[in-house]
Every structure is written in C-alpha cells, then in structure tokens.
Design a protein around this ligand. Structure first.
Ligand code: PMP
Length: 354
C-alpha cells in the first residue's frame, strides 16, 4: 500500500475472486460460470451493438428494461440493471445501510458482503448458520438492520423455500431485506413476485450463471419503484453508464432466447444430480444443492488437499480457508465431459492416497 492510500480503507480486506488462470488450460470448475457459450442470438446482438460503441450507452438500458419487465411481470420502474449483480448489491449496501442500520447476513454466505459493507463504511453483523449449515429464519426476525440473504446460499448451495424467505421480509417491515438470487434458476424458488406485496424487498439476480454472460457483467435488481429510485440515486452518483451497449444487447438476446436458457438449466441440473451420485460413490458427502455448484467433503482429505491435488492434475475447484468450511471444496457443475474428467481425476487421487 502506498503512503497516499486513505486511512479510511485500513480495515478493507478486498474480495479475492476465484482464480482465472492464464498459464494453462484447466477444467475450470471454480467460479460457477456456465459451461455453455452465450445464446447465439445474444452473441449476434452484442456483435451488432459493437458497431455503435462510439456513442455512450443508454444509461437506463431502456430496451432491456422493457423486455425484462414483460418477461418477469413487473413494471419498468421496478427494475434496475447493473454491471453484474455485485454492483446492485454494492449499491444496496450504500443505499440502505448506515451506522444505525447495520447490514445483517449469515456468517457463511457470499464472501463479498463483508467487503461491500466495509468499503461503504457501514457496520455489519453476522448470524451463525445452524450446525447443518442451514439458515434459521427466526434469527432474522426484527433484526433492526438491512438483511442480505443469498438464496440458494453460497457456498453451500442450500435453498430456503420462498415461504420461509417471506417470513423474514414480513418480520422486518422497517428495514430492507435483500434476497440475492444469483443461483435461483437451478432449482430454487424466487420471491420476485413478492415485490408487489412488500415495500421492503429487493431481489437481485444475475446473467452470469444460468444465462452464460459472466464476462459481459449483467445483473438486475427488482423492487418497488421507491427502492429502485434509491438505488438509481447511488448509480447516478457513481457511473450512469454502468451497463455497456454490447452487454445490454447480449442481455436482450439472452432473455429472448428462453428455449436455450431452459435447455441449459435443465442440463446443468441433470449433470449436478449425476455428479452428486458419482461423488458419493467416491466417498464424498455433499450438501443438498439447488445451485450450479456442489459443496462436497471427503472423509479422509481436507478441502485444501482435494483442491491442490485436483489443481496439479489440471482441474480447478474452490476451497475456503474458514472455520466450518475447511473440509469442503466447492465444485461448479460444468459440462458432462468436465464432470467425467473430475470424477476420474478424483478416483486417481483417492487411489494414490491408499
Ligand atoms: N451473489 C452470489 C451469491 C454470488 O456467488 C455471485 C458470484 N460470485 C454474485 C452474487 C455476483 O455475481 P455477478 O456479479 O457475476 O452477477
């Protein structure tokens, strides 16, 4: 750090994203990307949009908003698009938390939440997950803070039913509840329709997983128009042009190509179930995942050991050096072929241990 860095950031422990190695080709199962390329229609629209990037993009992403409003059954002023869902989450910390209104989230969840809180200079409180790594919804009743809840949760993949999330929203009428649905398309239940019923609910979703646009950076937030206006106030104080023209065009293609989206999601769910079966045969225990990843642990090897052995053999997964998580690795559900390589490599590693 240079001597010029503001002391404001002394406490900031920057988020460490999953590796994006450039040294060699790995079977890459570490950042929950889709194994499928973007929809061909999305690619075509993005290429077309590339021809006009001498102009600033539409700061409201109007065309995308109109299509999304129709698709998701909400009004146009109940949506905001952002540069990945990380950005709408960050805006929510900025908009809805302060010294008197801390952020509240589980102790095991998306690792960016504490970073967003610290960078925005707002306090946060972590509520421990239960022994079985599930959320106890009652712990979030009347917490006097802005609740952030990932559903399905990360990195466990465990989902709560929509009715359970609704209880949290209902029990915090004076605070915003942010439901991060980055992985909801893989078997979770969305609470998006509830934005019509509750004025304190913000739902965030991403195009990075089920819609194959991780590198395009496109996220969305849904809430009643007053909350969306609050978030826009933050956006317009930071970067009006946060969604570039090519990404917005790709987003339109991804939304309109519903068939491609549905087929990919169905394939990933099927591959996930097959992989769980293969992992269990190899002596792993897995948590019940409704996401595009599997959180798995082996009786005889730590998470770090599984991660390192796999990396040596060209397969990249993720492990977390944190209490209660150290035994596990998080494995993204890739293509059926990726998962065949994973299972074979794990079988080799287990064989070498004996
Ligand atoms: N929420 C959760 C739970 C995530 O795991 C991720 C992906 N790292 C995100 C949000 C953000 O994804 P993106 O910014 O690519 O939309």
């Amino acid at each position: 750090m240079s001597k010029f860095m503001s002391k404001r950031h002394d406490e900031l422990d920057a988020y460490v994203p999953g590796e994006q190695p450039q040294d060699k080709k790995y079977v890459k199962l570490n950042t929950n990307e889709s194994p499928f390329p973007p929809s061909p229609f999305a690619q075509r629209l993005a290429r077309q949009a590339a021809g006009t990037i001498e102009l600033y993009c539409d700061p409201e992403s109007g065309a995308l908003v109109r299509i999304a409003a129709e698709k998701f059954g909400v009004a146009e002023d109940e949506i905001i698009f952002t540069n990945g869902s990380d950005e709408v989450l960050d805006f929510a910390f900025a908009a809805f938390c302060d010294d008197k209104t801390p952020a509240v989230f589980p102790d095991i969840t998306y690792g960016f939440y504490p970073v967003f809180a610290t960078r925005n200079g707002v306090p946060y409180r972590e509520i421990p997950l239960k022994e079985d790594l599930t959320v106890n919804v009652e712990d979030y009743f009347g917490v006097k803070g802005t609740v952030f809840i990932a559903n399905p949760n990360a990195p466990t993949g465990i989902a709560l039913p929509a009715a359970e999330i609704e209880k949290i929203v209902k029990a915090n009428p004076d605070n915003v509840v942010v439901v991060d649905e980055a992985y909801v398309d893989f078997g979770g239940e969305s609470v998006l329709p509830l934005i019509k019923k509750y004025d304190n609910l913000l739902v965030t979703e991403t195009f990075s997983k089920s819609r194959s646009l991780a590198g395009g950076r496109l996220g969305m937030g849904f809430a009643n128009k007053a909350l969306i206006a609050d978030i826009k106030k933050i956006k317009y104080s930071f970067n009006p042009y946060n969604v570039n023209s090519m990404t917005a065009a790709a987003g339109i293609g991804a939304l309109l190509d519903e068939e491609y989206f549905k087929a990919n999601v169905a394939t990933i769910i099927k591959t996930r179930e097959n992989t769980v079966f293969a992992l269990e045969k190899l002596g792993f225990t897995t948590l019940p995942s409704k996401a595009n990843f599997i959180f798995a642990k082996h009786a005889k090897m730590s998470g770090k050991c599984v991660y390192s052995a796999l990396k040596d053999k060209g397969v990249l997964v993720r492990y977390f050096d944190k209490d209660r998580l150290r035994d596990y690795v998080r494995i993204t559900v890739g293509s059926a072929e990726d998962m065949r390589v994973l299972a074979e490599t794990l079988a080799d590693i287990i064989g070498e241990q004996k």
